[in-house]
Design a protein around this ligand. Sequence first.
Ligand code: NAP
Ligand code: MG
Length: 505
Amino acid sequence: MSEAQDKGAAGSKTKSASSGKKKSRHDFVDGDRYAPAPESSEHVVVKDSYDLFIGGDWIRAPKRTETRNPATGEVLSEVGEAGPGMVKKAVAAARKAYEETWSTMPGRERGKYLYRLARLIQERAREFAVLETMDGGKPIRESRDVDLPLVAAHFFYYAGWADKLDYAFPGRTAHSIGVIGQVIPWNFPLLMAAWKLAPALACGNTVVLKPAETTPLTALKLAELIEEAGFPPGVVNVVTGGGKTGRHLVRHPDVDKVAFTGSTEVGKMIQRDLAGTGRRYTLELGGKAANIIFDDATVNQAVEGIVNGIFFNQGHVCCAGSRLFVQEGIADTVVRKLKRRMDNLVLGDPLDKNTDVGAINSQEQLDRIKVLVDSGSEEGAKCWQSGQKLPRKGFWFKPTIFTECAQSHQIVQKEIFGPVLAIQTFRTPEEAVEKANNTPYGLSGGVWTDKGSKIFKITSQIRAGVLWANTFNKFDPASPFGGYKESGVGREGGLQGLAPYLDLR
Ligand code: NAP
Ligand code: MG
């Protein structure tokens, strides 16, 4: 156990992640076609209990809440639930650190801390990936190969800007803002923390971060790493708890800016909370991305892209390609190939390296998916589910498609945030664009065609912040991400992601 972990243990026992009853491979009935290849969790230390990270100390909140592994239902740990007093303490610690150290420190010095943190994340990537999978239920292949490399890349990228802020915005002087309150969701817990923390800190701001209630562990482990990297106390504070804790943070008058990623519903509540206060905010909200396949596309490649866009990571992706528009002439072929591919997906133990589809994050999310899927059949769409058997314990949902959908169906209009795809056909490019834009969201989308000119034409007509062509769900820290319409306000990533954390004069 590292010194930092030792210090933060607050008298709690530690245990290996794999302690307790050994899992038999029959707890996960699918994946039987491949020999099991589980990633070891022996090296991951999960404490029985975690405190709040405030002002460089670990402070015990009187109220506690449990976090579970959604693939097994097993309790992993308990964390503190920060009430208004603890949130106030965290904001005060962030203000002190802002005024006394972080905002007055030269940018090159701030950059050194961020580089150090990025390197530590790389060194400990495997441990973080396993913990992310255990706490959230996503396949280890995703957390190991997508989340963790992007987390480190974000810190490296923004570390590089820390001493170049005046060059980033020529002709203007860049000033930090102050204390930032950041609230993040459960689908990419560590990556969302990185998207928020890296630019805020590079710009000289200090932070109070609130992770989601069901996935607090990697943010707390990141706090341990921040401590290990020697950041001045109070520069980053982590307060755990549910929506109420988030609300206390958003409403705190000494928070200069709120950065939120989550549902459109809560985003609107935050806008109402902040209206008239003059305090800033950026919001990354929900989506209902359209994947459009033209009849000149390479069908096998497109099918793989659709599967990647909605079924890997159980559709727990804000930019998931949850609506599919197929040109009429190839619709039968695409649906047939898609069903075959869906039947071959490996669903089961998220820690197994073969797994494509992991667990649904929580019972609450599973219930939400079921209600919307039921509405699809009730409203007249045709449902088809893949043939995997679901594990007996934990929260699971089969990859599901709907054909014969109408634009008015709830499964076409509402964000499901699960492995559920609504398929419609179109005849002309104009019809595809009109249908794709017929949504209150505008986060992302995809176009599949052999013709470059068609890519430019269609993507310029789709009202969404991110569009991929002949690929899907590709990210880079240097490229901005964010939504149109009800998908959000502001951008994260790239230069555009720096600006909201600066006062440019
Ligand atoms: P959510 O319910 O809106 O929660 C997001 C975060 O806000 C959680 O930490 C939550 O706490 C907290 N929260 C809840 N009520 C709050 C309030 N009144 N004031 C302040 N904070 C509050 O969203 P979710 O279900 O966790 O995440 C899924 C959503 O996130 C989807 O809609 C998805 O599209 C969106 N998302 C968007 C992006 C993007 O970049 N656009 C990226 C990822 C996810 P608790 O969870 O602890 O209750
Ligand atoms: Mg959990």
